[in-house]
Design a protein around this ligand. Sequence first.
Ligand SMILES: Nc1ncnc2c1ncn2[C@@H]1O[C@H](COP(=O)(O)OP(=O)(O)O)[C@@H](O)[C@H]1O
Ligand SMILES: [Mg+2]
Length: 334
Amino acid sequence: MTTLSETVCQITGADSVELGKEIQSLWSGYGVIQCAELRTSDDQGHRRTVPVVVKHIDISSARTNPRGWGSETSHQRKVRSYQVEKTFYECFSRQCNQLCLVPDFIAAHEKPDEGGWVIVLADLNALGFDRRKSEVDQRDIQTCLAWLANFHATFMGEKATGLWPVGTYWHLETRPDELAAMPAGPLRQSAEQIDHRLSGATFQTLVHGDAKVANFCFSDDDRDRVSAVDFQYVGRGCGMKDVAYFISSCLSEQAASRQQDALLNFYFQQLQIAVTARAPGVNFSDLEGEWRELYPFAWADFCRFLSGWSPGHWKLNAYSDQITQSVLDQLRRK
Ligand SMILES: Nc1ncnc2c1ncn2[C@@H]1O[C@H](COP(=O)(O)OP(=O)(O)O)[C@@H](O)[C@H]1O
Ligand SMILES: [Mg+2]
């Protein structure tokens, strides 16, 4: 059997690799994300060391025993998510510039029969993006919103071949179990309509799909930039899905309610600058008009998932209820 070190050497062309500290274990212990050093030497014999992060999942041994894995749907969603992440880094990540930084892609590999994945990326810690935050201040929030605006502008109109046809980890079609677990009522009845409004938007881009604070890497030296990681749920979508979910990941209900307009204004200001630079053919006022209308739909769509997945979740609060209600009222009036 090939070891992880051998695979990493094969796919990166390194002479040797030293596997280092584990950052996190993945998928019920079937994988890890860990630091490593690639060692290479050039034609003149100069040795070079490259700090990397290896995201590695191997489910080939576990596949014969699907019990205790959750449902088949959830298993398939996970398998697809690693294929999508690999495709994103291989085929799309190079389009991200300094304003929506992502780790440089080095190499990746998929085992036969969807048995596992190895993704080798530049180590962001070595580039100064070594801060992870659970509490963020206004400046951090703006930096992340600017990242989102630049990412959305970069991929405006993207077909997303090889990624999720509809991005986010809570997309309705991939969450039948959670829909079935939802309490009966108007949100459940309107789940499809809400999804259709979002998927039917004229302006589609790539959404990160899991843009919570924990998936941003911050730098103390460069507070105006962040790098995002974790592209398992990247796919086509309206940018408001990332914005609503990001806000829900870092603000209390009172703060989200109080700051909503200011944060949306900031995001759209950044989006305008980014679209002018990266998608100049796009009519920005049409884009802004459409997406502002869809902000509550994106929030209600996420609440639909939460109320099936974790009914008492703290994010299902008065602010969420009020937004969801406004969406349901709009749909009823139609
Ligand atoms: N290229 C990288 N450089 C440095 N740290 C990274 C890198 N990629 C991931 N990480 C760290 O590892 C954590 C887990 O990686 P992630 O891809 O988000 O895995 P998961 O899908 O399990 O959340 C991230 O939150 C981040 O802190
Ligand atoms: Mg993550």
